[in-house]
Write a protein that binds this ligand. Structure first.
Ligand code: NAP
Ligand code: ZN
Length: 348
């Protein structure tokens, strides 16, 4: 077994504790990664606080992992010791079904193995990136291009790919008006990526507090949705809306902001339901869509695009003892724009 210091949530909602956890010895196709940085995704908070139903504890969250390969299994061909790699939300899939063959491993018919709060096909509970090391199959490690520093690369492995997928699928680019609801971890990446794709981007945030940032990230316009009348004035405006909000939202109102044939792609995962009348989508033939992370080939494509365009996440780097407070700040919408844990500070 491989022992590594990690941040462990002992039970739902409890404070983190630094402990030593164990990973399997390397299988033929495994790489051992020395984790340098791990992003804090709102999904970590939903799971640690059991907002999506019961979870497995003790839990080591973290699916925005960036580090360096420090050992390889006998059969590994993709990587060598010293390579810079990332790991996102998945660490295994069957590799044989139509979706795996298409590089859409998140839809694996057998069920993709999630990086943490999941069970591997061997029955072992998976442990994520709030740690100094992780063991994964080389198939689920993605090379990080030299042009992107590891700290700003980590959030690309979830926040980046999650918004990349719907932007690509629904054709964000020149001549398209894209709105991003919620300027947090996913939202700020959506603004950067959509702007680099050539779309005209608008931020829809609750207040004016992040206005200067939103425009600096690449948005052409910024609207504070708390102001009465703002949403009314935007009716019928956008081709694509990416909804990244982690809480409930008046969906019918936001559908109304779409042009005919427009699409609202939901990536936010609040615990409750959205509410809208059939007429809201039938009139204008509008689409209400969802989008779930992205496959390994798309993740590599997104990282190459980020390197080419000089894009990394905008981060606040924190130490291990600041994670509990960081969770509260994320929930309060007070993060500029992703917390990234320096894993060297985990003292177990
Ligand atoms: P985040 O950093 O907390 O950003 C969410 C943003 O939503 C906040 O910055 C805030 O933006 C807005 N918001 C928060 N509470 C709100 C409220 N009560 N009403 C209106 N707006 C509110 O979270 P994240 O890490 O980007 O994740 C966002 C959501 O996506 C989470 O639910 C997460 O689980 C989910 N997620 C889904 C996938 C997927 O594959 N689909 C992948 C990763 C994460 P403003 O302050 O600008 O209004
Ligand atoms: Zn995530």
């Amino acid at each position: 077994m491989i022992s590594t210091p990690a941040l462990v949530a002992p039970s739902a909602g409890a404070a983190f504790e630094a402990r030593t956890v164990e990973h399997r010895d390397l299988r033929d196709d495994d790489v051992l990664i020395d984790i340098k940085f791990a992003g804090i995704c709102h999904s970590d908070i939903h799971q640690v606080r059991e907002e999506w139903g019961s979870a497995h504890f003790p839990m080591v969250p973290g699916h925005e992992i960036a580090g360096i390969v420090s050992a390889v299994g006998d059969g590994v061909t993709k990587y060598k010791v010293g390579d810079r790699v990332g790991v996102g939300c998945m660490v295994d899939s069957c590799g044989e079904c139509e979706f795996c063959k298409d590089g859409e491993e998140q839809f694996c018919s057998k069920g993709a193995v999630m990086t943490y709060n999941g069970k591997g096909y061997d029955g072992e509970q998976t442990k994520g990136g709030y740690a100094q090391q992780v063991v994964v199959s080389e198939r689920f490690a993605v090379g990080i291009p030299d042009g992107i520093e590891l700290d700003v690369a980590a959030p690309l492995l979830c926040a980046g790919i999650t918004v990349w997928s719907p932007l690509k699928r629904w054709g964000a680019g020149p001549g398209k008006k894209v709105a991003v609801i919620g300027l947090g971890g996913l939202g700020h990446m959506a603004v950067k990526l959509a702007a680099a794709m050539g779309a005209e981007v608008s931020v829809l945030s609750r207040s004016d507090a992040k206005k200067d940032d939103g425009l600096a990230l690449g948005a052409a316009a910024y609207h504070a949705t708390g102001d009465e009348g703002v949403l009314k004035s935007l009716k019928g405006t956008f081709d694509i809306i990416i909804n990244t909000v982690s809480a409930d939202l008046p969906m019918q109102t936001y559908i109304g902001l779409l042009r005919p044939l427009g699409v609202i792609a939901n990536v936010g995962l609040p615990a409750g339901n959205y509410d809208f009348a059939p007429g809201a989508v039938v009139g204008g033939s509008r689409v209400v869509a969802g989008s779930n992370i992205g496959g390994i080939p798309a993740t590599a494509e997104m990282l190459a695009f980020c390197a080419e365009h000089g894009i990394g996440a905008t981060i606040e780097k924190i130490s291990a003892d600041e994670v509990d407070a960081a969770y509260d700040r994320v929930v309060a919408g007070d993060v500029r724009y992703r917390f990234v844990i320096d894993t060297a500070t985990i003292n177990a």
